[in-house]
Design a protein around this ligand. Structure first.
Ligand SMILES: Cc1cc2nc3c(=O)[nH]c(=O)nc-3n(C[C@H](O)[C@H](O)[C@H](O)COP(=O)(O)OP(=O)(O)OC[C@H]3O[C@@H](n4cnc5c(N)ncnc54)[C@H](O)[C@@H]3O)c2cc1C
Length: 376
């Protein structure tokens, strides 16, 4: 069976490129959502930009993920409040809300504003998510009661809450659209151009490292701050019935799934079942985790539908689940954005743009939440 993600196993639109210039102001390494967002924002501000990727645009996590476009950060709102204070948590959630609106304005039909359903595996998790919902409401964010769950979910979960502002993206279609937009405002896009760590200082330009799970291979000094984590998924043939028309996630996000409009189930997670082996940037799939995902699919559908694709991808995780966005400590011309801890579809767009603002010296409100020096 192929380990090509379902998303990438389809014809995708070309992204194009602006004509190459002999010298550019900024080299952006990594053409996922972060790099494309940063390159676009820099070019819109008049800088000349070259965007390089080892592979194709959106071939990393940005083309391999669950397609959930969620508000907020990777941690719960209650954790964010206790770590960042109410003002900091609110600012993070507001940034993500604005990011969702920006994504909607740029992605066209690669984004569907269908909301998301957060499910609780047991009473204890239900109490936690209800408390989180209450805190979000207090601070002005949209959360709804899920009402009575359909029978299959009611049999498996203790309850749920709904986030109406969330949505579903078609990840590589969206990110390649973002790249195409960047190309039209002057970004030179060079695919299949790997960059080695020792080349970073040799660029006669400002350098942006936007490689999320692979940040440490270019910036070894950040190896303890951003670690690679593997996420695995599978896709099934279309189901006869559309039961999960929006993103669903459960067990603190360890399980996640959605059906696409054609009925296909895309489901992933379960890495906590073999956690020791999932701290890796390897893009192999493993029997241990795939079997757990199959069992989850079986519980949700009543039988295991034919599996058409199995794949994995890596994201960058930080100890406090907040990304690193800013100038790399000790390196004058090198900047970084990544480490979204598995929650980068919206924050990658936001942080790429924040980084571009910081590079040109504009106010980048909120970037201080992601200070790369915070781990010392
Ligand atoms: C299985 C899975 C499910 C996920 N589900 C979700 C989800 O539902 N919602 C959500 O918000 N987030 C999700 N995520 C996380 C999300 O995909 C990432 O946080 C986000 O895509 C990061 O984007 P990025 O542009 O920073 O990095 P990437 O998309 O990983 O892009 C980095 C790029 O850098 C390139 N690169 C790396 N090293 C080099 C080098 N040396 N030289 C040149 N190029 C290089 C890579 O080829 C890659 O294209 C998931 C991730 C995975 C793996």
């Amino acid at each position: 069976m192929t380990t090509t993600p379902y998303w990438l196993d389809r014809p995708l639109d070309p992204v194009g490129s602006a004509v190459a210039k002999p010298k550019v102001d900024v080299v952006v390494i990594g053409a996922g959502v972060t790099g494309c967002s940063c390159a676009l924002a820099l070019a819109e501000r008049g800088l000349s930009v070259r965007l390089l990727d080892t592979n194709a645009v959106a071939s990393g996590a940005s083309g391999r993920n669950g397609g959930f476009a969620l508000g907020g950060g990777a941690m719960s709102y209650l954790d964010a409040r206790s770590r960042l204070g109410t003002a900091g948590a609110r600012q993070l959630w507001q940034l993500a809300d604005l990011g969702l609106d920006r994504l909607e304005s740029l992605a066209g039909d690669a984004f569907r504003r269908v909301g998301s359903l957060r499910l609780a595996a047991d009473r204890a998790e239900l109490e936690t998510i209800e408390a989180e919902g209450e805190a979000l409401r207090e601070d002005g964010f949209a959360v709804e009661a899920a009402g009575s769950l359909p029978p299959v979910l009611a049999g498996l979960y203790a309850g749920a809450i709904r986030y109406p502002r969330d949505g579903a993206v078609d990840p590589p279609r969206w990110v390649r659209r973002l790249a195409a937009r960047a190309a039209t405002v002057g970004v030179e896009i060079v695919e299949r151009r790997p960059v080695e760590a020792d080349a970073l200082d040799a660029f006669d330009a400002v350098v942006v490292v936007a490689t999320d799970g692979l940040i440490a291979s270019l910036l070894p000094e950040l190896a303890t701050h951003v670690v690679a984590v593997r996420g695995q998924m599978l896709a099934t043939a279309p189901l006869a019935e559309l039961r999960f028309p929006h993103p669903h996630y459960a067990r603190e996000g360890f399980d996640y799934w959605q059906q696409l409009p054609d009925g296909r189930l895309l489901i992933g997670g379960c890495r906590d079942q073999d956690v020791g082996n999932e701290y890796t940037a390897s893009d192999a799939t493993t029997g241990a985790v795939q079997r757990e995902i199959e069992q989850l699919a079986t519980r949700l559908v009543g039988h295991l539908p034919p599996v058409t694709h199995r794949w994995s991808g890596a994201w960058g995780e930080t100890a406090d689940l907040l990304p690193l966005v800013g100038r790399v400590p000790g390196r004058d011309r090198i900047w970084v954005a990544g480490g979204y801890s598995g929650h980068g579809n919206v924050l990658g767009l936001v942080c790429g743009e924040l980084l571009a603002r910081a590079i040109v010296g504009e106010t980048a409100a909120g970037i201080e939440l992601f200070d790369p020096t915070r781990f010392g």
